[in-house]
Ligand binder design. Structure first.
Ligand code: SF4
Length: 277
């Protein structure tokens, strides 16, 4: 299975697993941009609180632009890094005012994808993730923002190489039209199942597609698994215990996905006495 095919299969399985996404692109683009600047390196809860406080204290983005930076800092304190973020927000608003004469990003809807992307990336402190969130969530354009969860999950799945930049690696293989759903599904999988420490592979609908799981198999077993001929196994557990097993393909993958199992390798043929099956 090549990477585009694998990602199509992943999108289909996650849609089955989590159900369809009803969210549709839309909303004010500048609101989305400022909300995303507030979300960088903080939790959704802190971002939401900081954004709500900013909107409560200032009636418009024009008021934020003309307010002293200290007042903006106070409003967004809850998001952390409030000095840096307040400066960023004011720089973005100032640039927009100077260049467009109004505080609106709706002109992006008239630009082709590449031009809209370049314009957003030219803003101070706006990287690919932030720019692509505005373009995908606001305008439904075919961009794929990668956050820390998506970067971790897609590396483990073998879609992004160790030294590859995730946006560059994923952009050519994300199925067109699946960007929004895949983005939301992979973040949810990363939060609930494919956690940074001790991923819950046994509960994951992608275990048989995952390089992290397959990496626990001895290389000879990977070949035999692809051929559909699982041999007797030696299972090594984290606590040092070793035991023989004779399982089918599903059983082998379930063992590989077990967090207690650290390694699987082919065993000599089991004697009838040892053979658990
Ligand atoms: S099988 Fe495990 S490592 Fe792979 S994506 Fe699922 S939870 Fe993450």
């Amino acid at each position: 299975m090549d990477k585009p095919e694998k990602l199509r299969e992943i999108a289909a399985r996650l849609t089955d697993h989590y159900g369809p996404i009803w969210r549709r692109p839309g909303g004010d683009l500048l609101d989305i941009l400022i909300g995303t600047i507030l979300s960088q390196n903080t939790s959704d809860l802190n971002r939401d609180r900081a954004y709500a406080e900013l909107r409560r204290r200032f009636a418009s983005w024009e008021e934020v632009l003309s307010a002293p930076v200290e007042e903006v800092e106070q409003a967004i304190r809850g998001a952390g890094l409030h000095r840096q973020r307040a400066r960023r927000i004011k720089q973005v608003l100032a640039r927009l005012w100077e260049e467009r004469g109004e505080l609106s990003l709706e002109f992006l809807a008239e630009l082709p994808d590449g031009e809209a992307e370049r314009w957003l990336l030219s803003l101070p402190g706006v990287g690919k993730k932030t720019a692509y969130i505005v373009l995908l969530f606001g305008l439904g354009r075919p961009f794929f923002p990668v956050d820390t969860h998506i970067a971790r999950v897609t590396r483990r799945l073998g879609l992004v190489g160790e030294n590859e930049e995730p946006h560059a690696a994923l952009a050519p293989i994300v199925p067109r039209g699946e960007e929004l759903g895949l983005h939301l599904y992979l973040i949810r999988l990363g939060r609930e199942v494919c956690r940074a420490r001790r991923p819950r592979c046994q509960a994951c609908p992608l275990a048989d597609l995952c390089d992290y799981v397959l990496s626990k198999l001895h290389p000879a077993l990977r070949t035999l698994l692809r051929q559909g001929h699982p041999p007797p196994l030696l299972v090594q557990y984290e606590d040092g215990d070793t035991e023989p097993a004779h399982v089918d393909r599903e059983g082998m993958l379930a063992l590989a996905a077990d967090p207690e199992v650290c390694y699987l390798e082919p065993s000599r043929k089991l004697s009838p006495k040892e053979d658990p099956g």
